[in-house]
Write a protein that binds this ligand. Structure first.
Ligand code: SF4
Length: 512
C-alpha cells in the first residue's frame, strides 16, 4: 500500500507506487486468565508498521480455535464484539503485507488447517524460496483432496506450511513441525498453535526478528520487542534461529530443528523495524543514529541545516547533525494522519505528488544550504520530488545523504522491493543518481559503515539487496515470484468462507 499509517512513510514512493514494504508482523500469547484476544490486538497494534493489508487473530479455549480476520488495519478489522468472540487462553495473530500471493481476504492470516487430532492455526513473517518444491511435497503427501487453505483459495507460502503441518494421523503437531521445518527454505518467523499449545519457530538464518517475552501469568512471542512492551511483557530472549518453542500447561520447551547460520536482515536496522525495537542486542534507534554519524564522517559538506525525511530519516539525521556540528532542524511537516487509503489520487493530485505526505516549512529552509537525510533510495521518485519541493521553497543548496548503501538487488526473503530494473542505483553511478535527483550532492553510507553501526558481525547479516550476496540459495527465476502459487493447485472450491476444520473437531473461520 502506498502510505503507512504508523507515522512513518514509504519513503521512496509517489502516490500509486509501491516502496519497500515490510512483510508481516506476528504475535502469539499463552496466558491462562488473561484476555488473550485483547493482548493480541494490542500486540498487532504495535506491529502495524510491518503490514497494513489485513489482520487476524486465532484464539483457542482448549477445545476450539476461532479465527477472525479481514482486510485493513488492525483498528479497522477488530472491534469489541469481534474480540469478545475470541475467547480462550492462547492466541496467534498476524498483520500482513504480501510478498507471496495477492492481496485478498483468502490470503489473510492466521491460516487454518485440520490435523488428525484438531486444528492448526498459523501466522508467518518472511518469504519461502522453495515454494515450488513444497507444492510438489504437499501434493505428494496429501493428494488433491487434502489441501486445506490451498483449497480455500489461499495462494501464499503460508498456506503451504499450514498444509504440511496438518501432518499424518500418527504424528503430534510437534512431531510434524520437527519434520516439516527443516524442509522449509528462505525466511520464516512463525507463530502457530493447536487447541492447547503455542508454537514459535524461526528459520536457521534468523532473517526476520522473533522474540520471547514473559507475562506474570504466561508467555508472549512477537516480531519486535515493542509488542512485548505494549502488553507489559518483559523481554526474555530471542527465539533462536533454527529453534522451535512449545508453550502449554507443561511450561516452555525448546527443540532445535536446524543449526544456526545467522544472517539477520540488515534492512531491519536501517528502516523496517520500529526505532524502539532491539534486535540481537542492538537498539535500532541507536544503530540509526550511528549510521548518521558515520555518514557525516564519510560524506561531510558545508551546510547550514540538517533535516530528516520524517520519520524514518530522523535518527540518522540526528546522528549526522551531532557528528558534523551542523544544526538539526525540522524542515518538513508530514501529514500525521496519513493512513491506508484505497483512494487513488486524481491526476491533479498526482502532480502534487509528495505534498500528500510532506510539506516544507518555508521559513525554516529559505536561503539555507540543506543536508537532507533519508534511510534509503529505491526508485528515487520521492527524493527527486523532495529536492524539487525544497528548491521551490527557497533552499539555497540541497545535499542528499542516505544512511544505507545503494539498493541494487531485489529481496527474496520477505521485503517487497521494486524489481531490479526499477532500482535507480542499478546501472547508474552515485553521481548519476544524484543528478537524476537534482541534488547538489549525494552521499550514501558505505556498507562497512552501515554494518559497524548495527554492532553485528558482517558474516551474521544478510546484505543481499546491497551486495547481491544471498545467504540462502535461490532457485531458478521461474520458481520465484509473488504470484507463483496463484494457479498450481487448481481453483478454490466454492462456499468455503466459513470452515469447520474438523476431523480433529476444532476450528472455525469467521468472515465478517
Ligand atoms: S535482501 Fe535486503 S531486505 Fe532482504 S533480507 Fe537481505 S538485507 Fe534484508
Amino acid at each position: 500500500m502506498p502510505l503507512r499509517p504508523d507515522g512513518r512513510l514509504n519513503h521512496d514512493l509517489m502516490p500509486g507506487e509501491k516502496g519497500p514494504q515490510d512483510a508481516c508482523g506476528v504475535f502469539g500469547v499463552w496466558a491462562p486468565g488473561e484476555e488473550v484476544a485483547k493482548l493480541s490486538y494490542f500486540g498487532l497494534y504495535a506491529l502495524q508498521h510491518r503490514g497494513q493489508e489485513s489482520a487476524g487473530i486465532a484464539a483457542s479455549n482448549g477445545e476450539q480455535i476461532l479465527v477472525y480476520k479481514d482486510m485493513g488495519l488492525v483498528s479497522q478489522v477488530f472491534d469489541e464484539t469481534a474480540l469478545g468472540a475470541l475467547r480462550g487462553h492462547l492466541a496467534v495473530a498476524h498483520c500482513r503485507y504480501s510478498t507471496t500471493g495477492g492481496v485478498t481476504w483468502e490470503n489473510a492470516q492466521p491460516t487454518l488447517g485440520a490435523t488428525a487430532s484438531g486444528t492448526v492455526a498459523l501466522g508467518h513473517n518472511g518469504n519461502l524460496t522453495n515454494s515450488a518444491e513444497l507444492v510438489g511435497l504437499v501434493a505428494e503427501r496429501y493428494g488433491a483432496q487434502h489441501r486445506g487453505e490451498l483449497a480455500r483459495g489461499n495462494t501464499t507460502d503460508t498456506a503451504l506450511i499450514t498444509a504440511l503441518l496438518t501432518g499424518d494421523s500418527d504424528h503430534t503437531l510437534e512431531q510434524t513441525a520437527l519434520e516439516v521445518l527443516p524442509r522449509l527454505r528462505g525466511a520464516f518467523s512463525l507463530v502457530f498453535m493447536d487447541e492447547r499449545t503455542l508454537y514459535a519457530a524461526r528459520d536457521p538464518q534468523g532473517v526476520r526478528p522473533l522474540v520471547l517475552g514473559r507475562l506474570e501469568r504466561g508467555w508472549v512471542v512477537a516480531s519486535e520487542t515493542p509488542a512485548l512492551d505494549i502488553v507489559g511483557a518483559s523481554f526474555v530472549r530471542e527465539v533462536e534461529p533454527g529453534e522451535l518453542i512449545m508453550i502449554d500447561d507443561d511450561g516452555l520447551r525448546s527443540q532445535r530443528f536446524a543449526e544456526t547460520k545467522r544472517a539477520g536482515c540488515v534492512f531491519e536496522y536501517v528502516y523496517l523495524a520500529r526505532p524502539d525495537t532491539v534486535i540481537n542486542g542492538r537498539s535500532v534507534h541507536a544503530a540509526r543514529v550511528e549510521m548518521g554519524r558515520a555518514l557525516a564522517r564519510e560524506h561531510p559538506v558545508d551546510a547550514d541545516l540538517v533535516i530528516p525525511t520524517p520519520e524514518s530519516g530522523t535518527p540518522a539525521a540526528v546522528g549526522y547533525a551531532q557528528e558534523s556540528g551542523i544544526p538539526f532542524g525540522q524542515g518538513l511537516t508530514k501529514n500525521a494522519y496519513v493512513g491506508r487509503t484505497f483512494i487513488q489520487p486524481s491526476d491533479t493530485l498526482r502532480q502534487l505528488g509528495i505534498r500528500l505526505k510532506l510539506n516544507p516549512l518555508r521559513e525554516v529552509i529559505r536561503g539555507k544550504r540543506l543536508v537532507v537525510v533519508d534511510d534509503s533510495i529505491v526508485r528515487g521518485n520521492t527524493q527527486r520530488a523532495l529536492v524539487r519541493m525544497l528548491r521551490e521553497a527557497g533552499a539555497a543548496e540541497v545535499h542528499v545523504r542516505i544512511s544505507s548503501p545503494p539498493v541494487k538487488w531485489p529481496c527474496f526473503y520477505g521485503i517487497d522491493f521494486a524489481s531490479r530494473a526499477e532500482l535507480i542505483a542499478n546501472g547508474l553511478s552515485v553521481d548519476e543518481v544524484g543528478q537524476s535527483l537534482g541534488a547538489d550532492s549525494l552521499g550514501y553510507i558505505t556498507l562497512d559503515g552501515m554494518i559497524a553501526a548495527t554492532q553485528q558481525a558482517e558474516s551474521q547479516l544478510c546484505t543481499a539487496c546491497f551486495t547481491g550476496k544471498y545467504p540462502i540459495p535461490l532457485p531458478a527465476d521461474d520458481q520465484l515470484g509473488k504470484h507463483l502459487l496463484e494457479t498450481p493447485l487448481g481453483a478454490p472450491e466454492d462456499g468455503l468462507h466459513a470452515l469447520s476444520a474438523s476431523p480433529g473437531g476444532g476450528g472455525a473461520l469467521a468472515r465478517p
